[in-house]
Design a protein around this ligand. Sequence first.
Ligand code: ADP
Ligand code: MG
Length: 370
Amino acid sequence: MIEFIGVEKRYSKSAIAVEKLDLTIEDNQFICVIGTSGSGKTTLLRMINRMIAPSTGTVKINGEDTINLNEDELRRKIGYVIQNIGLFPHLTIRDNIMIVPKLLKWTEHQKQGISEKLIEKVELPLEYLDRKPNNLSGGQQQRIGVIRALAANQDIILMDEPFGALDPITRDALQEMIKRLQKEMQKTVVFVTHDIEEAIKLSDKIIIMDHGKVVQYDTTENILRHPANAFVEELLGKRKKQTSIGNDIRVADLMNNQVEAISLSKSIIDAIRQMTNKKVDSLLVVDDQQHLKGFIDIQDIDRNINKFTNVYEIMRTETASVNQNEKVADVVDPLLNMELKYLPVVDDANRLVGIMTRSSLVSLIYDQLK
Ligand code: ADP
Ligand code: MG
């Protein structure tokens, strides 16, 4: 349990980063902290592990005042992840995963088996542990980045906009993964985001901040049903417009038009380069007129890299897709049952215009709850 008791952070008389607050976070909860830039999210987060010391008040972890814990003890209890700390290129995947236990001076016995257990949890082969990061795809590296945060087995993990810079597909996959791991491993996660969709998808409870004040702290469902004030309503506002379309909502209304595609005339090397740059594990394949032709993923490339040179030789052509004019209600089934984490969306001429991800569906279902 994390307790804030009369906690405040001010940098001067007038510069108040976080106004006086009392707030309790129960164990095994996924908590998102959301608010505009400068509203005090990072400050709130860092006061939990005393990277920032409160000006007044007390922060307690499991009933113990954190002021009585030294830095080592705090780092052992609380993990911390920020955006864009990539893997260390000169270390193996195993050494990357084990970096925090090593910094905490765990014995060999304590470290035994941890990286194997974690890499299995994210469905990557054990032999990857001995590879260097640049031998993994961008998406695989991201997964390793997430399990690295879990290696030291702290009960509390603080994450400050960890997926902020990622493309929507990778982000969607990592959100599902962190939520699953949080439940399985019974962690308390406090996760800063400025994306309301992300907060709704991940949270048991959401802390909403505005100008240093916590304006609402409640379950996701209660916040959606009873926004505390106009600021919260506005935060949820973008989503409400979508729901007014009601049952007639179309794929085009929900799809994401940021999509990674490659031309079928490109080489496999081009595909690898594009996947690495964009940190994705798969690419849709199109012809010169943007007609959807198929898809390739990193496994296809792994299997065929020595046999073929061109994308069209190895792409899979049995790609499912949906028309942008279809009703979302009619594509729920394929979206839940498909092989890909997303569905390509095409226009009437079969030109690729976007993708539907599972998280867009999750937000829709939450909207229908209201
Ligand atoms: P957020 O993470 O929500 O964007 P922060 O918690 O980083 O916001 O910052 C909250 C407020 O505190 C901002 O107005 C910021 O300018 C101010 N602030 C943060 N750190 C300092 C500092 N070291 N000195 C003075 N003001 C600061
Ligand atoms: Mg911040």
